[in-house]
Ligand binder design. Structure first.
Ligand code: SF4
Ligand code: SF4
Length: 367
């Protein structure tokens, strides 16, 4: 039965999504976007929002991957992985154990703590879990964010539910445009219609309330419940279920789209891997200073998970006035400035940061 397999996938999905912020790699959550510093912690690496080429490569990979999965496997995301489906399915399964009486009311009650968990989990993707739990009812901004999110998630799940998939979800609308005749879908076998028992078991279990016998519907979330329900009826007669998965997964489009997605993934991995552990930016300030004296703004990014002790120096005949020794925390950036006094005539200034096996040179103008 597909339901059992879906439940296993759904429980795993819930465990991964809830647990990922607790997985610590190089001292940070495996996946977390830090708003104050605009950096994305990504499985032991860090992505700064100024690194457009990496953001672009990651976006390209994501779009290709989404297209690849949707065109070949149809609405597999909706039926097997979407958090909305997972939460509604799990709450329905818990409710079903308590019998038929007051099922709807019970589900609404179960969704209250589940929505709170969703709300706090979403915060964990922005604020480290330990800090979230410490400040949840102390910091007014976090408290307000948690409560508002909790309420919105609860209202959406409890009162809109599957209606969201049919009427609002933008991915659902996009999917219908991306399908082709070979995309994997759940379809009723019309050629065997004369042997269908018209028991409507498939209709009664459908979470979005459609009749699959009437043909493909854009509202179908490919949950396969109708296949299981029909199988429970047809198995007694030694027949295959009438609704079933149909499509051709392996075809030329699968290979070229899969190949393009794999190339994008490799390119992204190479870009991340080949990044220097430290990035160093120098910008000359336009403030009016006496000739021979210039001020520079410095930004130094530590892309590594190690604390670094570096030194700023110059190979030119200049005096650096300001802090030379730089201490960088893992995955951090420091912003500073330095005054440079030239002893002789100078057109270009050469600055270097070095230490811990790192040496980065930058050339900039000097007035
Ligand atoms: S038609 Fe079948 S697969 Fe589609 S949503 Fe309804 S029960 Fe799920
Ligand atoms: S459950 Fe199967 S046999 Fe019954 S109406 Fe649906 S398709 Fe026909």
């Amino acid at each position: 039965m597909w339901r059992k397999q879906r439940r296993v996938v759904e429980i795993l999905q819930a465990a991964v999504v809830t647990g990922l912020p607790f997985v610590i790699i190089n001292g940070e959550s495996a996946l977390r976007f830090d708003i104050p510093t605009l950096k994305l912690h990504l499985f032991g690496s860090v992505l700064w929002m100024r690194e457009f080429y990496l953001i672009l490569a990651a976006t390209l990979f994501f779009l290709l991957f989404t297209g690849f999965v949707t065109i070949t496997l149809g609405r597999v995301w909706c039926g097997w992985f979407c958090p909305q489906t997972v939460l509604l399915d799990l709450s329905e399964s818990i409710t079903a154990m308590a019998g038929k009486k007051h099922r709807k009311l019970l589900q609404k009650l179960i969704l209250i703590p589940l929505s709170a968990l969703v709300s706090v989990t979403m915060i964990w993707y922005f604020i480290p879990p330990a800090e979230t739990l410490r400040t949840l009812f102390v910091e007014p901004t976090i408290t307000a964010f948690f409560l508002v999110l909790w309420l919105l998630v609860y209202l959406e799940l409890a009162f809109l539910g599957r209606g969201f998939c049919i009427s609002i979800c933008p991915y659902a609308m996009l999917q219908n445009l991306m399908f082709d005749k070979d995309t994997l879908v759940i379809e009723y076998d019309v050629s065997r219609d004369s042997t269908c028992m018209k028991c409507d078991a498939c209709v009664h279990v459908c979470p979005v309330g459609i009749d699959i016998k009437k043909g493909l519907s854009s509202a179908c979330i490919a949950c396969a419940e109708c296949i299981d329900a029909c199988r429970s009826m047809t198995a007694k007669r030694g027949m295959l279920p009438f609704p079933n998965y149909r499509g051709q997964v392996l075809r030329p489009k699968t290979y070229w789209l899969g190949g393009a997605t794999a190339i994008a993934a490799i390119a992204l991995a190479l870009l991340l891997w080949s990044r220097p552990p430290v990035d160093f930016l120098v910008i000359r300030d336009n403030s009016s200073l006496p000739p021979g004296l210039n001020r520079y703004s410095l930004i130094i990014y530590n892309n590594s998970g190690k604390q670094l002790a570096l030194e700023l120096s110059s190979s030119d005949q200049v005096t650096l006035i300001g802090e030379h020794r730089l201490s960088l925390q893992p995955f951090s950036a420091i912003h500073g400035s330095i005054l440079v006094k030239s002893i002789g005539k100078l057109e270009h200034l050469h600055l270097r940061i070095s230490g811990e096996g790192i040496s980065i040179n930058r050339e900039t103008g000097f007035l």
